[in-house]
Design a protein around this ligand. Structure first.
Ligand SMILES: *[C@@H]1O[C@H](CO)[C@@H](O)[C@H](O)[C@H]1NC(C)=O
Ligand SMILES: *[C@@H]1O[C@H](CO)[C@@H](O)[C@H](O)[C@H]1NC(C)=O
Ligand SMILES: *[C@@H]1O[C@H](CO)[C@@H](O)[C@H](O)[C@H]1NC(C)=O
Ligand SMILES: *[C@@H]1O[C@H](CO)[C@@H](O)[C@H](O)[C@H]1NC(C)=O
Ligand SMILES: *[C@@H]1O[C@H](CO)[C@@H](O)[C@H](O)[C@H]1NC(C)=O
Ligand SMILES: *[C@@H]1O[C@H](CO)[C@@H](O)[C@H](O)[C@H]1NC(C)=O
Ligand SMILES: *[C@@H]1O[C@H](CO)[C@@H](O)[C@H](O)[C@H]1NC(C)=O
Length: 830
């Protein structure tokens, strides 16, 4: 009994701890912040600039928009200018037909969803074309629609979705187009297919029988040159988990580019299609099962293509993880190993999966099966789901987002000042912030977050230009270019080191934080961020670039006035605290809210110097020094600087303002102008704000509801006499402490509750993707727990020898169309 109780206590403590293990961005830059300026491309005639493609030299950005395709000069990423615009609109008749089918007029445009470089002279584009998809060739030189001799208008069916909100993926390899999309108006016929094939290389698609794909949402595709395989990434219903209805799983599927279909069985159909589950799950926790986006990170120079990593963003169909995302990395080596391994077998009568009992006729997923016998191909038709799942590298989650859902990802490797390589991830949140995270040995560190659009966007796309050092983001608000870093924002050696940005290092000679590509010896510590070791002989400097002298800001006050000092926030990771030389700040006298401000009543003993300090990663820096001193003529009222954003006055209708600490910092009435009252020594600098709040505490005698009336000059005000005021302050402090402890208790209980509900699957409301993972009955939950080994399957660690393919071009993922899928109808046979 005692044991189980203490075990419970321990477990709940652990759960609480694990609930807290999310990373917070160190800095936040809302839109328009001078420290992180963006370049935005917009054009009054261009809408929905969401499909992005970079030219090989990264000097031109091609954009698939609404009824148009653009080419934009991005050779200067801080000045994006339009080069060409190709109009591609449906006719009046097409639009009418679309409206007749009951589609919204706004969705009846031509949304370009496939944009690929086909060969050295031509590009290829497909659009929804008023719910009747079409494709075109584009002459790369003239940027005009090309007419290909002897060819009909290109039908876009199977290459592009009908619905602009449906996700799809496409990639060109050797002039052939590989696509994953739905191939019908209703969005119920998903297909992975190959187009634009010539000669004996015929166009291929998936066989039209049940079970190949189960209501998938296509995310991306990629080509592995050394394997001669195209990989598709998507999520779908995991029919092998028949104990729980609508369990969504994430997949990687493969086809061989050499495939030409079978001779009798599987004619003009893939003979090399195989799929496997991608698992993004921490031990003992529910999986993050729904893939949102995935990107490839090429191996380090000289390394085998097997070392290619795929960084995926996953969300969860379970409510406990709602609004949160996880990032997992998978290696090409692990994916290959899973595809070489054993396969499950599909019983085509019952459509149930089992582990293999059949005699092995072939190695599914192997290239070169097109000449195989009918028997072999029939075997392949039932054995295309790998038995094992692809586990993430290091068997864990790379990042769990704090409380944001990530939708898009880009990745890059950066060599730091000390010659070490770091992986940087750019993660776009649903709310429109770009998180820049560096992956370190003991977890990820989010260097900064930058707001890139005002409104959450359904369709968006992220592309990284490594050579230009910019992240390009396409949405219906335009194309935004975000420089990968702004080292000059860090004004001191300490800030430069604490940022732990692999792009930035401190130049001890020039005394600036600068880009690591600049010359000279730079100081950097991405791994530890230890300031004391790196900035030994560096004089601290203030934000304005002046050597910090700690000259204090003078605050002139009258006795018994409430003084309210503000401490600027250096970073979200810093803890701010206040100090007085040679004196303790007793909580009986000083109120320190979490936001870093300090409030107290001016008395002879509280006059003096106050230091606002920030402690981050073991380093303490003084941000501001205030000198609070008594006014020369204490009988004259000081003008309180009017701060429009000040908190409103005491709670309305509150008869006893003492019960609420908020009245300590009430908005004061605009005092009648008294120029002689304004103390010129009170300065307002940049982000430092000093608010001096008044002296004359007033109490409302009636139940006056209007704050403004309450503080109107000549209003019904009653003076509180001074001796009792200090006692009241003590009462306030005690009440505040009580409130805080009560709040903490409630918060702790809520949190424990939240963590306890971790294992309960629930249907997240209204999210289209999440719809796929329905709710679970208690029995299903039980079976989920009971079958947890099946959910935690790990890839065998079979070493993969002698598969080096040096010198091959790196894998790049094709652009994918990113939006919510409404393909929630079950996959039906044709
Ligand atoms: C970088 O930060 C500095 C200092 O805040 C600012 O003046 C500058 O405009 C910023 N540059 C960019 C490109 O954001
Ligand atoms: C196109 O942009 C508008 C806003 O300008 C947005 O409401 C709409 O959802 C976008 N449509 C698509 C298909 O992206
Ligand atoms: C941007 O580039 C265009 C042409 O390349 C040029 O005319 C314009 O002056 C540039 N604008 C800025 C702000 O540099
Ligand atoms: C590129 O593809 C187009 C369309 O198939 C074709 O007409 C053209 O000849 C090709 N160009 C080259 C250089 O192969
Ligand atoms: C396989 O098929 C190709 C044509 O698709 C043919 O040229 C080749 O000889 C066949 N190989 C075998 C072993 O049958
Ligand atoms: C900090 O909190 C106090 C009370 O909680 C409030 O009066 C003050 O305005 C806040 N300061 C800032 C900078 O938000
Ligand atoms: C307090 O306010 C009242 C009424 O506004 C005023 O008459 C009085 O002089 C003030 N007292 C001080 C000490 O400022």
């Amino acid at each position: 009994m005692v044991h189980s109780t203490s075990l419970c206590a321990c477990l709940s403590l652990l759960t609480v701890l694990s609930c807290h293990s999310h990373v917070l961005p160190r800095l936040s830059f809302p839109i328009g912040s001078p420290g992180r300026s963006l370049t935005v491309f917009t054009n009054p005639d261009v809408y929905n600039t969401t499909t992005l493609l970079l030219s090989n030299d990264e000097g031109t950005l091609f954009v698939g928009a609404r009824d148009a395709i653009l080419s934009i000069d991005v050779s200067q990423t801080d000045n994006m200018t339009i080069k060409e615009k190709l109009d591609w609109s449906p006719s009046e008749k097409d639009l009418n037909d679309c409206s007749m089918k009951g589609k919204m007029k706004m969705d009846c445009h031509n949304f370009v969803r496939v944009l690929q470089e086909l060969n050295s002279t031509h590009m290829y584009a497909c659009g929804t074309f008023a719910f009747s998809p079409r494709c075109i060739y584009i002459d790369s030189k003239t940027f005009a629609m090309a007419t290909i001799p002897n060819s009909k208008p290109e039908e876009g069916r199977g290459r592009c979705p009908y619905d602009p909100y449906q996700k799809n993926t496409a990639i060109t390899v050797d002039g052939e187009l590989y696509t994953g999309t739905v191939a019908d108006y209703r969005g119920t016929r998903p297909v992975i297919s190959r187009h634009l094939s010539e000669g004996s290389h015929v166009d291929l698609k998936l066989d039209d029988t049940l079970g190949w794909l189960e209501d998938p949402t296509f995310i991306r595709s990629t080509y592995a040159p050394s394997e001669e395989k195209v990989y598709f990434f998507f999520s779908e219903t995991g029919k092998e988990y028949d104990f729980i209805e609508k369990f969504t799983v994430s997949r990687v599927a493969q086809v061989c580019t050499s495939d030409v279909g079978g001779q009798r069985t599987l004619q003009k159909r893939w003979t090399t299609f195989a799929k496997a589950q991608l698992l993004c799950q921490a031990a003992q926790e529910l999986p993050y099962n729904i893939l949102q986006d995935i990107v490839s990170l090429p191996p380090m120079e000289g390394a085998s293509e097997d070392e290619t990593l795929f960084y995926g963003i996953f969300s969860s169909q379970w409510r406990v993880n709602l609004g949160r995302s996880a990032v997992c990395a998978f290696s090409l080596k692990d994916i290959k190993n899973v595809f070489i391994g054993r396969y499950k077998v599909l019983n085509r009568d019952t459509l149930k999966w089992s582990t293999r009992v059949q005699e092995q006729m072939a190695n599914p997923g192997e290239c070169g099966l097109h000449n195989a016998s009918d028997n072999t191909l029939r075997f392949v038709k039932d054995n295309f789901l790998a038995d094992k799942s692809v586990a993430p590298v290091n068997q864990g989650l790379t990042i769990v987002s704090p409380d944001k859902s990530y939708s898009n990802i880009a990745a890059q490797r950066v060599r730091g000042a000390r010659g070490r390589d770091y992986t940087l991830l750019y993660l776009l949140t649903e709310s429109g912030y770009l998180h820049k995270a560096v992956i370190l040995e003991n977890g990820a560190h989010i260097i900064e977050e930058i707001q890139v659009f005002h409104q959450p966007q359904l369709v968006k796309n992220v592309l990284l230009s490594v050579s230009k050092g910019a992240v390009l983001i396409g949405s219906s608000e335009g194309v935004v270019s975000v420089p990968v870093s702004n080292c000059s924002y860090y004004w001191s050696c300490a800030e430069c080191i604490l940022a732990r940005d692999p792009f930035c290092g401190w130049d001890p000679v020039m005394k600036v934080c600068t880009d690591i590509t600049s010359h000279g010896h730079l100081v950097q510590d991405v791994d530890e961020g230890k300031v004391s070791e790196q900035c030994k002989n560096v004089t601290p400097r203030s934000r304005s670039g002046q050597p910090r002298t700690h000259s204090s800001e003078v605050v002139s006050v009258s006795l018994n006035e409430v003084v309210h000092l503000q401490c600027p926030e250096a970073s979200h990771l810093a803890k701010r605290h206040w100090e007085r030389p040679n004196s303790q700040l007793s909580p009986k006298i000083y109120i320190q809210p979490d936001n870093g401000s300090l409030s107290f009543v001016a008395t002879p003993s509280t006059l003096g110097h106050y230091l606002c300090q920030a402690v981050e990663n073991g380093y303490t820096q003084t941000l501001t020094v205030y000198h609070v001193k008594q006014k020369s003529n204490p009988t004259i009222l000081a003008a309180s600087p009017s701060r429009p954003q000040s908190t409103p006055a005491a709670e309305t209708g509150n008869k006893n303002p003492i019960s609420t600490p908020r009245w300590m910092i009430p908005k004061q009435p605009e005092p009648r102008p008294k120029p002689e009252d304004v103390d010129p020594s009170v300065t307002h600098k940049d982000s430092l704000a000093i608010t001096i709040k008044s002296r004359n505490f007033t109490r409302l005698s009636g139940t006056n509801e209007e704050n403004s009336r309450m503080i109107e000059p000549g209003g019904n005000l009653q003076q509180v006499n001074r001796p009792t005021y200090l006692q009241e302050l003590v009462v306030v402090s005690v009440l505040l402490a009580l409130c805080i402890s009560a709040l903490l208790t409630i918060a702790f209980n809520r949190f424990r509750h939240l963590c306890h509900s971790r294992t309960v699957p629930q249907t997240p409301p209204s999210h289209r993707d999440a719809e796929k993972g329905g709710s679970a009955t208690p029995q299903e939950r039980e079976s989920l727990r009971g079958h947890s080994p099946r959910l935690e399957k790990r890839n065998g660690q079979a070493p993969n020898n002698g598969q080096a393919h040096n010198g091959k071009s790196p894998i790049t993922l094709s652009n994918s169309m990113l939006n919510a899928s409404n393909g929630h109808l079950p996959n039906t046979p044709i």
